[in-house]
Design a protein around this ligand. Structure first.
Ligand code: SAH
Ligand code: SF4
Ligand code: F3S
Length: 450
């Protein structure tokens, strides 16, 4: 069916994880293929699409404000519509469905995490004056079957699984993304080969738990096989997220340091350093197992940069439990730690757990954790000063137009001041840089010219 969306402008407002960011790129690709034009600002857009996240309450409440602030803004003068179309997709769309249009009458379209492909149809119906929603529970379609419009020409995200089967007791994701489904290895490899031909230098494989890839597929290909297949495409840099510690296999660990393209960086969420809390979270590993994983990773790849996620203030967390988290974070010495205060999510098992931690206690623990995280992150960055690394140039620095930003193999951001009168590398180029300075969250460096 043809949808009469030709000539309309649209913009996407994306929150949450890389899955949502990737889905947004698919939406842009799909709507552009139907003759719509992407614009940067909601003011200029006939259609505004919110790709939402509900992993924590803070992400959830922000949406309402954003939608409300659009309510009274006039349409662009040349718009063929009488009224701006506001669409809500992503995880809140999936969770709340039609309740959203009831709550916010000026929202005309709601779609879910499995129904991105239905968006043109829903927008078409909204143009006819109906409010429309589609959040089917299941769909055989991966959003990867849709065209895409990548934000950068040199980097690509490649989903290999969608959904999650782990049911950590605090987490809403399995409830809004559904059961884990894997994409055929050859499909992923084909897409990767195409990207490499188009000049992509860095591929990031995506999934809520990439390590359990393939269990639902014929022949059960393993994640390590996927890494080998993507390496064989000739891509320069390969990364992946996210890894669940319980499924990180010795084969995958061995690829660090041996597989040509696999970058020496791993995000391995620990959530807590206390076995008691890990059990209540249903994480299915122990502190000791996690420590052994870290030791094996460092044996396989001594310089590997590690990052993690931590939740503080989980129901029942005692000072002693927290101290164990603090000790573990101090011991491992991460390059980066994403720290979250526990946020109660309706419908998850932990929402009914007793012994909620008062906000002030959680905040105080959070602050103590952050101090350790920052000290260790700065130390990790300082250790690289004086080294020479090949960085992938990303573009002009947002803070300083006379500097470039680039990414090191370990995933650190480097700011590189430009020199007058020399030709400078362009985004997507890989160039050698000498690291000259380190701050907690970035490095500074100097281009080495041959
Ligand atoms: N699948 C990934 C990412 C899940 S969401 C993983 O397993 O790591 C990203 C992070 O958000 C989680 O790692 C967790 O630290 C945090 N998070 C999830 N639910 C939360 C909640 N209810 N409260 C606080 N933080 C939460
Ligand atoms: Fe959520 Fe746990 Fe699945 Fe990650 S592994 S998405 S934290 S349920
Ligand atoms: Fe948020 Fe959904 Fe991702 S809840 S973290 S956008 S899977």
């Amino acid at each position: 069916m043809r949808y009469d969306l030709d000539g309309l402008t649209f913009c996407t407002q994306t929150f949450g994880c890389q899955m949502n960011k990737h889905d947004s790129e698919r939406i842009v690709g799909m709507l552009e293929s139907l003759g719509c034009a992407e614009v940067d600002s909601p003011d200029e857009a006939d259609i505004v699409i919110f790709m939402t996240c509900c992993v924590r309450e803070s992400a959830d409440t922000r949406l309402f404000g954003h939608v409300m602030s659009l309510k009274d803004q006039p349409l662009r003068a040349a718009s063929p519509l009488r009224k701006r179309i506001i669409a809500i997709g992503g995880c809140i769309g999936q969770r709340d469905g039609d309740a959203l249009t009831a709550q916010m009458p000026h929202v005309q379209v709601v779609f879910g995490t499995n129904t991105i492909h239905a968006l043109p149809h829903l927008l078409h119906e909204a143009m006819e004056g109906a409010s429309a929603s589609d959040i089917q529970e299941k769909s055989s379609l991966f959003s990867t079957d849709l065209p895409t419009h990548r934000k950068s020409s040199w980097a690509a995200w490649l989903p290999i699984t969608v959904g999650c089967d782990n049911f950590c007791t605090y987490c809403i994701v399995p409830h809004v993304r559904g059961r884990e489904r894997s994409r055929a290895l050859e499909d992923v490899a084909d897409e990767a080969r195409r990207y490499v031909r188009e000049g992509v230098r860095e591929i990031t494989l995506l999934g809520q738990n990439v390590n359990s890839y393939g269990r639902d597929l014929y022949g059960s290909p393993r994640f390590a096989d996927m890494l080998d297949a993507i390496d064989a495409t000739g891509v320069d840099r390969l990364r992946f997220a996210t890894s669940h510690p319980k499924d990180l296999s010795p084969e995958v660990i061995a690829r660090f340091g041996s597989l040509r393209s696999l970058m020496p960086a791993l995000h391995l969420p620990v959530q807590s350093g206390s076995d008691r809390i890990l059990e209540m979270m249903n994480r299915r590993y122990t502190r000791e197992h996690y420590r052994e994983l870290i030791a094996s990773l460092r044996r396989a790849c001594p310089g590997i940069a590690l990052s993690t996620d931590v939740i503080v203030g989980f129901p029942g967390e005692t000072e002693e439990d927290f101290q164990q988290t603090l000790d573990l974070i101090d011991e491992v010495g991460y390059h980066q730690v994403f720290t979250f205060i526990y946020s109660k999510r309706a419908g998850t098992p932990a929402a009914s757990f007793e012994d909620e931690i008062p906000r002030e206690v959680a905040q105080e623990r959070f602050d103590r954790l952050l101090a350790v995280v920052e000290t260790r992150a700065l130390e990790a960055n300082l250790a690289d000063v004086g080294s020479t690394v090949d960085v992938l140039i990303e573009g002009t620095s947002k803070k300083d137009a006379r500097a470039l930003t680039a990414k090191t193999p370990k995933g650190q951001t480097v700011h590189i001041p430009l020199e007058e009168g020399s030709t400078n590398p362009v985004p997507g180029e890989i160039a050698p840089v000498r690291i000259e300075g380190a701050k907690t969250w970035y490095l500074t460096g100097k281009l080495l010219r041959s």
